[in-house]
Design a protein. Structure first.
Length: 329
């Protein structure tokens, strides 16, 4: 009788577990598929485990595509670059940035084709430059052109998603490209890095990727979003605490390569091209505590002057919140 009772309890528990899993809310999370530490956690199902969501990861080719999906309500949570975020906020898309994904450095760069005759920024005049228009890379490119005192009419800017840039490069249809990883490493095989986003940031054009969320969804899922923050933060800390051990043959890098399609030999260098900030640091005034809103305002004002958007808002603080970072303090 006792055995029957125990078996019944076990069966009931299993049924409840299955029912709970089946009843979990499906949440589609947009991302760019960049080789980053959080991809390890994603591949291991840690986000679903922490949040209780049935997580579906959806890869997007550009920030413009993410904005469209967020504006339509197709997705509620996504990774988004600073330049398209400034555009989305200016357009009044219902979203808030609640966490930095990464600060962009040399992971986004202007690569020039070997033999193109381009050795300095001034040599870009008259050349064909590919970039995903509206992206952080596009913002960095415009900053580089301003720094070189070149106007948009001095070059031919060709709007392409990353995969098309790789194809156009192979066909020698473009002279240069401002692009992120892993396409950057691919075209570097026959090209040279002229300038990185770390340098354009020093010229007054900083870029970063952030995690954004629909405001109503955030209000209804506060604990789950805090769990999301903790999961990203733990993944980043695992890398920051022992970055030297993340070599091409390490389990972490092998996982990232398998999950993103990147070449394992290139992943360590790609990771070095980003800055991953602990969540506790992100809450400081220079970041989500105020600095990010100012950066978005400056970005929007620059995009307006460049003719990319019609107007810029006076205040971008409603589109940034540090509330969900409190779990890491």
């Amino acid at each position: 009788m006792l055995g029957y009772f125990c078996r019944t309890l076990t069966a009931t528990a299993a049924l409840l577990a299955l029912t709970g899993a089946a009843g979990a809310e499906t949440v589609v999370i947009g991302h760019f598929g960049n080789p980053t530490p959080m991809q390890v956690a994603a591949s291991e199902g840690k986000f679903a485990e922490a949040t209780g969501w049935d997580v579906e990861w959806r890869k997007f080719a550009s920030g413009a595509d993410v904005i469209a999906a967020m504006a339509s309500g197709d997705i509620k949570l996504a990774e988004l670059g600073s330049s398209p975020l400034a555009i989305a906020a200016t357009q009044g898309v219902d979203l808030q940035m609640f966490m930095l994904a990464q600060v962009i450095g040399s992971a986004e760069s202007l690569i020039v084709r070997n033999g193109s005759g381009i050795e300095t920024l001034a040599d870009l005049k008259g050349k064909r430059i590919a970039v995903p228009v509206g992206s952080t890379a596009h913002f960095s490119l415009m900053g580089a052109l301003v720094h070189a005192e070149l106007g948009s009419n001095d070059v031919t800017i060709m709007s392409m998603p990353p995969d098309q840039i790789a194809a156009a490069w192979q066909q020698e249809a473009i002279d240069a490209a401002f692009i992120w990883q892993p396409v950057q490493e691919e075209i570097l095989q026959t090209g040279t890095r002229l300038v990185g986003a770390d340098e354009t940031a020093g010229w007054g054009y900083p870029t970063f990727d952030g995690w954004v969320v629909n405001t109503d969804f955030a209000a209804e899922n506060k604990e789950a979003l805090q769990a999301f923050v903790r999961t990203v933060d733990a993944a980043n800390k695992a890398y920051l605490d022992n970055a030297a051990a993340w070599t091409s043959d390490s389990p972490e890098v092998q996982t990232i390569a398998s999950y993103t399609g990147a070449d394992p030999s290139q992943v360590p260098a790609i990771l070095e091209g980003y800055s991953f900030l602990p969540a506790a640091e992100q809450a400081k005034p220079e970041w989500l505590g105020g600095g990010i809103a100012e950066a978005l305002k400056s970005t929007a004002e620059f995009l307006k002057e460049a003719g990319r958007i019609d107007s810029a808002s006076d205040d971008y603080t409603p589109f940034v919140t540090a509330d969900f970072l409190s779990v890491a303090k």
